[in-house]
Design a binder for this molecule. Structure first.
Ligand code: ADP
Length: 403
């Protein structure tokens, strides 16, 4: 029995110790099931699966991603869906870094795997984990085509001036140093939803998209084309994030090495895992930070202020880069849920045509919505992102494209 899975796409997002999955129909957007395996390869691993309205969580040893996918497949079988014979259209893999090679969704073969592996030096924390997921899925579902969807792809077309770092050209070119940008699937998807919401052709809309999750990035998009984005060669640059510093003076890295005597791996851990909101106030969950700010906690207040300051700096820069802005959109966990962030990020900008309506901003909802007055010059929107749907659609398109 393969209940309702024919033609669906299995989307996999493999992290170093986690695996998120979702089985969905790209055309109808219907989600058959989703789940997450956590602490893979560690003590206390578990997997949570949601299907047919049931949420099941089991604590089970998951030594590797192969075991995690196998256990997920067992859940599907329990629900009458044998993934091997269900007629899946594709397995769509989120791959973080496509380097200079990949800028569109790509059917995976041995050669593509070799190239993703070669690019791993640009994203040592991410690409190897993505590859483990790809290999496991290909072994367990050999009949289903696998497609890689790259987080960098959308930003491949950044203008040269935005993509280029002002360092020695020879060194930059030898080591593939440029701005790649990340969260591209989300920025592209959300920008398309904005045009639909405004009922205007995408190529006429100039917009700023603020993807504020654990990782956070901003983008400037003119007529559907990326003009700038805050993440850089790696996902460390730009906004203040949950545990990542975002922009810092590169001289700090040299100082940490020369004077504080930290090794490169220690600096890597400091900037990626112990900085950002967590470094500033010990917390990286925005809900906790908001509560602490309300309780008068000083370090949470400072973390919040630094976060907002950086966000406003990017919004200002992108307004100037775009010249004319039609929409500013908040998305992802913080952007979709934290009304105070939206209000504070855009406070006092009435002279620029930016107004956040307090009542609209306070309303919660799952759908795209406007939080500015209808007659404001610039539409301020909240648009839920859906990277799984975007990956499923792009994967389905690759396998149906004539070759
Ligand atoms: P990622 O996909 O990058 O892991 P998400 O987009 O899920 O992250 O966002 C996670 C962030 O969203 C966390 O910091 C979390 O605290 C925040 N968040 C989720 N719900 C709320 C809420 N109701 N209010 C404020 N922040 C929230």
């Amino acid at each position: 029995m393969s209940a309702g899975a024919e033609g669906a796409v299995l989307v996999l997002n493999a992290g170093s110790s986690s695996l998120k999955y979702q089985l969905l129909h790209p055309d109808t957007q219907q989600v058959v099931a989703d789940g997450i395996a956590e602490r893979i390869g560690d003590h206390g691993s578990s997997i949570t699966h949601e299907q047919d309205g049931d949420v099941e969580k089991v604590s089970v040893e998951l030594p590797d991603h192969h075991a995690a996918i196998e256990r997920a497949m067992q859940f599907f079988t329990d629900h009458g869906t044998d993934l091997r014979s269900a007629g899946l259209r594709a397995v769509g893999h989120r791959v973080v870094h496509g380097g200079r090679t990949f800028f569109r969704p790509t059917l995976i073969d041995d050669e593509v795997i070799g190239e993703i592996s070669r690019i791993s030096s640009l994203a040592p924390l991410h690409n190897p984990a993505n590859l483990i997921g790809i290999t496991a899925a290909r072994t367990l579902l050999p009949e289903v085509p696998s497609v890689a969807v790259f987080d960098t792809a959308f930003f491949h077309g950044l203008p040269d001036a935005a993509a280029t770092y002002a360092i020695d050209r020879g060194v930059a070119s030898m080591h593939a140093i440029r701005r790649y940008g990340f969260h591209g699937t989300s920025h592209e998807y959300v920008s398309e939803q904005v045009a639909l919401f405004l009922d205007r052709p995408l190529d006429e809309v100039n917009q700023i998209v603020l993807h504020l999750g654990n990782g956070a990035s901003a983008s400037a998009i003119a007529g559907g084309r990326p003009m700038d984005t805050s993440m850089g060669m790696t996902p460390l640059e730009g906004l203040v994030m949950g545990t990542r510093s975002g922009d810092i003076d590169p001289g700090i890295v040299l100082h940490l090495h020369r004077v504080a005597k930290l090794e490169v791996d220690q600096i890597d851990t400091l900037l990626n895992k112990q900085s950002g909101l967590k470094g500033l106030c010990g917390e990286n969950d925005f809900r906790t930070i908001t509560e602490k700010v309300a309780d008068g906690d000083q370090s949470a207040r400072r973390a919040y202020d630094v976060y907002i300051h950086r966000l406003r700096r990017y919004i200002g820069a992108y307004m100037i880069e775009l010249g004319r802005v039609d929409a500013i959109t908040f998305t992802a966990g913080v952007g979709e849920n934290a009304a105070s962030v939206r209000a504070d990020a855009l406070a006092g900008l009435e002279n620029y045509g930016i107004v956040v309506d307090a009542e609209r901003n306070a309303l919660r909802g799952k759908d795209a919505r406007r939080i500015s007055p209808d007659d404001a010059d610039i539409a301020v929107l909240v648009v839920p992102t859906n990277e799984e749907l975007a990956i499923a659609r792009q994967s389905a398109e690759v396998v149906t494209r004539p070759r």
